[in-house]
Design a protein around this ligand. Structure first.
Ligand SMILES: N[C@@H](CCC[C@H](N)C(=O)O)C(=O)O
Length: 300
Protein backbone atom coordinates (compact mmCIF):
# COMPACT_ATOMS: atom_id res chain seq x y z
CA UNK A 1 0.00 0.00 0.00
CA UNK A 2 1.28 3.44 -0.81
CA UNK A 3 0.20 5.53 2.17
CA UNK A 4 1.51 7.84 4.85
CA UNK A 5 1.92 5.16 7.55
CA UNK A 6 4.29 6.87 10.00
CA UNK A 7 1.59 7.80 12.49
CA UNK A 8 -0.99 5.24 11.46
CA UNK A 9 -4.00 5.76 9.30
CA UNK A 10 -7.35 7.05 10.63
CA UNK A 11 -10.39 4.92 9.85
CA UNK A 12 -14.01 4.66 10.89
CA UNK A 13 -16.50 1.83 10.90
CA UNK A 14 -20.10 2.40 9.84
CA UNK A 15 -23.14 0.55 8.57
CA UNK A 16 -26.49 1.04 6.89
CA UNK A 17 -29.04 -1.65 7.79
CA UNK A 18 -26.04 -3.78 8.82
CA UNK A 19 -24.29 -3.55 5.45
CA UNK A 20 -20.99 -2.56 7.07
CA UNK A 21 -18.03 -0.62 5.81
CA UNK A 22 -14.51 0.36 6.69
CA UNK A 23 -14.34 4.11 6.00
CA UNK A 24 -10.96 5.56 5.11
CA UNK A 25 -10.76 9.38 4.92
CA UNK A 26 -8.32 10.36 2.18
CA UNK A 27 -9.42 13.91 1.29
CA UNK A 28 -6.39 14.72 -0.86
CA UNK A 29 -6.16 11.37 -2.63
CA UNK A 30 -2.80 10.33 -1.18
CA UNK A 31 -3.66 6.64 -0.67
CA UNK A 32 -3.30 3.90 -3.23
CA UNK A 33 -5.33 1.02 -1.80
CA UNK A 34 -4.75 -2.11 -3.88
CA UNK A 35 -7.18 -5.05 -3.87
CA UNK A 36 -5.09 -7.11 -1.42
CA UNK A 37 -4.92 -4.22 1.06
CA UNK A 38 -8.68 -3.64 0.84
CA UNK A 39 -9.34 -7.35 1.36
CA UNK A 40 -7.13 -7.35 4.49
CA UNK A 41 -8.86 -4.25 5.90
CA UNK A 42 -12.27 -5.88 5.30
CA UNK A 43 -11.19 -9.22 6.78
CA UNK A 44 -13.32 -9.85 9.89
CA UNK A 45 -10.57 -11.78 11.69
CA UNK A 46 -7.28 -10.35 10.48
CA UNK A 47 -8.47 -6.80 9.79
CA UNK A 48 -11.19 -4.32 10.80
CA UNK A 49 -13.94 -6.21 9.00
CA UNK A 50 -16.61 -5.04 6.58
CA UNK A 51 -18.70 -5.94 3.56
CA UNK A 52 -16.83 -3.22 1.73
CA UNK A 53 -14.62 -0.16 2.00
CA UNK A 54 -15.46 3.50 1.41
CA UNK A 55 -12.52 5.77 0.62
CA UNK A 56 -13.56 9.40 1.16
CA UNK A 57 -11.71 11.53 -1.35
CA UNK A 58 -12.32 14.90 -2.97
CA UNK A 59 -13.55 14.33 -6.52
CA UNK A 60 -10.93 16.74 -7.82
CA UNK A 61 -8.19 14.62 -6.22
CA UNK A 62 -9.12 11.31 -7.90
CA UNK A 63 -8.73 10.69 -11.64
CA UNK A 64 -11.84 8.46 -11.58
CA UNK A 65 -14.03 11.38 -10.45
CA UNK A 66 -12.20 14.58 -11.43
CA UNK A 67 -14.72 15.13 -14.26
CA UNK A 68 -17.51 15.22 -11.62
CA UNK A 69 -15.77 17.74 -9.33
CA UNK A 70 -17.99 20.60 -10.52
CA UNK A 71 -21.11 18.71 -9.44
CA UNK A 72 -19.97 16.91 -6.29
CA UNK A 73 -17.10 17.83 -3.98
CA UNK A 74 -16.72 14.29 -2.59
CA UNK A 75 -16.17 10.98 -4.39
CA UNK A 76 -17.20 7.65 -2.84
CA UNK A 77 -14.45 5.25 -3.91
CA UNK A 78 -16.27 1.99 -3.11
CA UNK A 79 -14.61 -1.45 -3.00
CA UNK A 80 -16.09 -4.86 -2.25
CA UNK A 81 -14.60 -6.91 0.59
CA UNK A 82 -12.58 -9.02 -1.86
CA UNK A 83 -10.93 -5.82 -3.09
CA UNK A 84 -12.86 -5.59 -6.36
CA UNK A 85 -14.28 -2.30 -7.55
CA UNK A 86 -18.05 -1.86 -8.04
CA UNK A 87 -19.83 0.93 -9.82
CA UNK A 88 -22.26 1.73 -7.03
CA UNK A 89 -23.21 0.91 -3.44
CA UNK A 90 -26.57 2.18 -2.19
CA UNK A 91 -26.06 1.59 1.52
CA UNK A 92 -22.50 2.84 1.14
CA UNK A 93 -23.61 6.19 -0.24
CA UNK A 94 -25.96 6.70 2.74
CA UNK A 95 -23.18 5.90 5.20
CA UNK A 96 -20.76 8.05 3.20
CA UNK A 97 -23.09 11.07 3.29
CA UNK A 98 -23.80 10.52 6.98
CA UNK A 99 -20.04 10.49 7.64
CA UNK A 100 -19.51 13.73 5.69
CA UNK A 101 -22.15 15.50 7.78
CA UNK A 102 -20.94 14.03 11.08
CA UNK A 103 -17.35 14.99 10.27
CA UNK A 104 -18.41 18.55 9.42
CA UNK A 105 -17.38 18.12 5.79
CA UNK A 106 -20.94 18.76 4.58
CA UNK A 107 -24.05 20.36 6.02
CA UNK A 108 -27.18 18.33 6.84
CA UNK A 109 -29.78 18.58 4.10
CA UNK A 110 -29.08 18.10 0.41
CA UNK A 111 -25.68 17.14 -0.88
CA UNK A 112 -24.24 15.52 -3.97
CA UNK A 113 -21.90 12.51 -3.91
CA UNK A 114 -19.83 11.39 -6.90
CA UNK A 115 -19.76 7.63 -7.55
CA UNK A 116 -18.51 5.49 -10.42
CA UNK A 117 -22.14 5.31 -11.59
CA UNK A 118 -22.40 9.12 -11.67
CA UNK A 119 -23.47 11.80 -9.19
CA UNK A 120 -26.10 10.85 -6.62
CA UNK A 121 -28.20 13.44 -4.78
CA UNK A 122 -28.55 12.64 -1.08
CA UNK A 123 -30.68 14.14 1.71
CA UNK A 124 -29.35 13.70 5.23
CA UNK A 125 -31.92 14.40 7.92
CA UNK A 126 -30.63 15.84 11.19
CA UNK A 127 -30.74 13.65 14.32
CA UNK A 128 -34.04 13.18 16.15
CA UNK A 129 -34.64 14.87 19.52
CA UNK A 130 -33.48 11.69 21.32
CA UNK A 131 -30.21 11.70 19.36
CA UNK A 132 -31.20 8.86 17.00
CA UNK A 133 -29.42 9.45 13.68
CA UNK A 134 -31.74 10.81 10.99
CA UNK A 135 -32.67 8.78 7.94
CA UNK A 136 -30.78 9.28 4.70
CA UNK A 137 -32.53 9.40 1.32
CA UNK A 138 -30.63 8.82 -1.92
CA UNK A 139 -31.77 9.48 -5.46
CA UNK A 140 -30.45 6.26 -6.98
CA UNK A 141 -31.21 7.30 -10.56
CA UNK A 142 -33.15 5.13 -13.01
CA UNK A 143 -33.40 1.38 -12.94
CA UNK A 144 -32.64 -0.27 -16.26
CA UNK A 145 -34.36 -3.54 -17.13
CA UNK A 146 -32.31 -4.65 -20.09
CA UNK A 147 -33.55 -8.24 -20.36
CA UNK A 148 -33.10 -10.69 -21.95
CA UNK A 149 -36.13 -12.80 -21.06
CA UNK A 150 -35.36 -16.27 -19.80
CA UNK A 151 -32.69 -15.43 -17.21
CA UNK A 152 -32.41 -18.05 -14.49
CA UNK A 153 -30.86 -18.22 -11.05
CA UNK A 154 -29.89 -21.61 -9.62
CA UNK A 155 -28.81 -22.94 -6.23
CA UNK A 156 -27.89 -26.63 -6.08
CA UNK A 157 -30.63 -28.34 -8.14
CA UNK A 158 -33.25 -25.58 -7.77
CA UNK A 159 -33.79 -23.07 -10.56
CA UNK A 160 -35.90 -19.89 -10.63
CA UNK A 161 -36.71 -17.37 -13.37
CA UNK A 162 -35.04 -14.03 -12.67
CA UNK A 163 -35.24 -10.42 -13.78
CA UNK A 164 -32.17 -8.51 -14.91
CA UNK A 165 -32.13 -5.07 -13.23
CA UNK A 166 -29.28 -2.60 -13.42
CA UNK A 167 -29.00 0.05 -10.70
CA UNK A 168 -25.59 1.23 -11.90
CA UNK A 169 -24.45 -2.28 -10.94
CA UNK A 170 -25.94 -5.59 -12.09
CA UNK A 171 -28.65 -7.58 -10.30
CA UNK A 172 -30.61 -10.79 -10.91
CA UNK A 173 -33.87 -10.79 -8.94
CA UNK A 174 -35.65 -14.10 -8.29
CA UNK A 175 -39.02 -14.48 -6.54
CA UNK A 176 -39.02 -17.62 -4.37
CA UNK A 177 -41.45 -19.37 -2.01
CA UNK A 178 -39.21 -19.10 1.05
CA UNK A 179 -36.01 -17.19 1.81
CA UNK A 180 -34.61 -20.53 3.03
CA UNK A 181 -34.78 -21.79 -0.57
CA UNK A 182 -31.55 -19.89 -1.24
CA UNK A 183 -29.65 -22.23 1.09
CA UNK A 184 -26.57 -21.08 2.97
CA UNK A 185 -25.31 -18.84 0.14
CA UNK A 186 -21.71 -19.68 1.03
CA UNK A 187 -21.03 -19.68 -2.70
CA UNK A 188 -22.46 -17.54 -5.47
CA UNK A 189 -25.72 -18.71 -7.05
CA UNK A 190 -25.38 -19.71 -10.69
CA UNK A 191 -26.98 -17.62 -13.42
CA UNK A 192 -27.98 -18.53 -16.99
CA UNK A 193 -27.70 -18.01 -19.89
CA UNK A 194 -23.95 -17.71 -19.86
CA UNK A 195 -22.59 -14.30 -20.77
CA UNK A 196 -25.48 -12.16 -19.47
CA UNK A 197 -23.33 -10.98 -16.58
CA UNK A 198 -19.75 -10.87 -17.88
CA UNK A 199 -18.57 -8.92 -14.81
CA UNK A 200 -20.47 -10.98 -12.23
CA UNK A 201 -23.80 -10.18 -10.59
CA UNK A 202 -25.55 -9.54 -7.30
CA UNK A 203 -28.38 -12.05 -6.80
CA UNK A 204 -31.54 -11.31 -4.79
CA UNK A 205 -34.05 -13.86 -3.48
CA UNK A 206 -37.44 -12.30 -2.71
CA UNK A 207 -40.67 -13.29 -0.95
CA UNK A 208 -43.89 -11.33 -0.45
CA UNK A 209 -44.79 -10.04 2.99
CA UNK A 210 -47.94 -8.06 2.09
CA UNK A 211 -49.17 -5.44 -0.39
CA UNK A 212 -46.09 -3.57 -1.69
CA UNK A 213 -44.05 -5.18 1.05
CA UNK A 214 -41.34 -7.77 0.34
CA UNK A 215 -38.42 -9.41 2.11
CA UNK A 216 -35.13 -10.45 0.53
CA UNK A 217 -31.75 -12.06 0.93
CA UNK A 218 -28.81 -11.17 -1.26
CA UNK A 219 -25.56 -12.71 -2.41
CA UNK A 220 -23.32 -9.81 -3.39
CA UNK A 221 -20.69 -9.95 -6.07
CA UNK A 222 -17.34 -9.52 -4.34
CA UNK A 223 -18.69 -9.74 -0.78
CA UNK A 224 -20.82 -12.90 -0.41
CA UNK A 225 -24.10 -12.91 1.51
CA UNK A 226 -24.58 -9.57 3.26
CA UNK A 227 -27.29 -8.44 5.67
CA UNK A 228 -28.40 -5.67 3.34
CA UNK A 229 -27.82 -4.28 -0.14
CA UNK A 230 -29.23 -0.89 -1.12
CA UNK A 231 -28.93 -1.25 -4.89
CA UNK A 232 -30.34 -4.77 -4.43
CA UNK A 233 -33.37 -3.44 -2.53
CA UNK A 234 -34.00 -0.92 -5.33
CA UNK A 235 -33.69 -3.64 -7.97
CA UNK A 236 -36.11 -5.82 -5.98
CA UNK A 237 -38.67 -3.02 -5.57
CA UNK A 238 -38.64 -2.26 -9.30
CA UNK A 239 -38.85 -5.96 -10.23
CA UNK A 240 -41.73 -6.41 -7.75
CA UNK A 241 -43.60 -3.42 -9.17
CA UNK A 242 -43.33 -4.72 -12.74
CA UNK A 243 -44.40 -8.19 -11.60
CA UNK A 244 -47.40 -6.51 -9.91
CA UNK A 245 -48.21 -4.74 -13.18
CA UNK A 246 -47.13 -1.31 -11.88
CA UNK A 247 -44.99 1.07 -13.91
CA UNK A 248 -45.02 4.69 -12.63
CA UNK A 249 -44.04 5.88 -16.11
CA UNK A 250 -47.41 4.52 -17.32
CA UNK A 251 -49.65 5.29 -14.32
CA UNK A 252 -48.11 8.72 -13.71
CA UNK A 253 -48.03 7.99 -9.98
CA UNK A 254 -45.11 7.17 -7.72
CA UNK A 255 -45.07 3.75 -6.10
CA UNK A 256 -43.45 2.78 -2.84
CA UNK A 257 -42.27 -0.66 -1.66
CA UNK A 258 -41.08 -1.61 1.81
CA UNK A 259 -38.15 -4.00 1.59
CA UNK A 260 -37.15 -6.03 4.66
CA UNK A 261 -33.61 -7.34 4.77
CA UNK A 262 -31.88 -9.42 7.45
CA UNK A 263 -30.23 -6.19 8.70
CA UNK A 264 -33.20 -3.83 8.66
CA UNK A 265 -35.78 -2.10 6.51
CA UNK A 266 -35.46 0.15 3.45
CA UNK A 267 -38.23 2.11 1.75
CA UNK A 268 -37.94 2.41 -2.02
CA UNK A 269 -39.99 4.85 -4.08
CA UNK A 270 -40.11 4.89 -7.89
CA UNK A 271 -41.34 8.04 -9.67
CA UNK A 272 -43.01 8.58 -13.05
CA UNK A 273 -39.77 10.04 -14.44
CA UNK A 274 -38.05 6.73 -13.63
CA UNK A 275 -36.03 7.93 -10.64
CA UNK A 276 -35.73 5.53 -7.72
CA UNK A 277 -35.29 6.90 -4.20
CA UNK A 278 -34.10 4.84 -1.25
CA UNK A 279 -34.55 5.83 2.40
CA UNK A 280 -32.97 4.16 5.39
CA UNK A 281 -30.69 4.61 8.36
CA UNK A 282 -26.92 5.08 8.50
CA UNK A 283 -24.61 4.99 11.50
CA UNK A 284 -20.96 5.48 12.35
CA UNK A 285 -20.10 3.06 15.15
CA UNK A 286 -16.37 3.52 15.78
CA UNK A 287 -13.28 5.42 14.79
CA UNK A 288 -9.62 4.71 15.35
CA UNK A 289 -6.15 4.54 13.91
CA UNK A 290 -4.62 1.60 12.10
CA UNK A 291 -1.42 0.39 13.71
CA UNK A 292 1.54 1.71 11.67
CA UNK A 293 3.46 -1.58 12.01
CA UNK A 294 0.46 -3.59 10.77
CA UNK A 295 -0.04 -1.13 7.93
CA UNK A 296 3.58 -1.37 6.90
CA UNK A 297 3.21 -5.17 6.61
CA UNK A 298 0.18 -5.03 4.33
CA UNK A 299 0.58 -6.34 0.79
CA UNK A 300 1.38 -3.82 -1.92
N1 LIG B 1 -23.95 -3.41 -0.76
C1 LIG B 1 -24.06 -2.52 -1.84
C2 LIG B 1 -23.65 -3.03 -3.19
C3 LIG B 1 -22.14 -3.16 -3.26
C4 LIG B 1 -21.62 -3.49 -4.63
C5 LIG B 1 -21.94 -4.88 -5.10
N2 LIG B 1 -21.39 -5.91 -4.26
C6 LIG B 1 -21.43 -5.06 -6.54
O1 LIG B 1 -20.35 -5.64 -6.74
O2 LIG B 1 -22.11 -4.59 -7.46
C7 LIG B 1 -25.35 -1.73 -1.86
O3 LIG B 1 -25.81 -1.38 -0.74
O4 LIG B 1 -25.83 -1.36 -2.92
Amino acid sequence: MSAPTGTGLPFLKGHGTQNDFVIVPDPDGRLDLGPATVARLCDRRAGIGGDGLLRVVRSAADPAAAHLAGEAEWFMDYRNSDGSIAEMCGNGVRVFAHYLVQAGLAKPGALAVATRAGVRQVRVAGPAADGTPGEVTVDMGRALLPGPDGIEVAVDDRVWPARNVNMGNPHAVAFVDSLDDAGNLYTAPRTAPEGVYPDGVNVEFVVDRGPRHVAMRVHERGSGETRSCGTGACAVAVAAARRDGIDPAVTGEAVSYTVDLPGGRLVIEEFPDGRVEMTGPAEIVASGTLDPAWLAGLPA
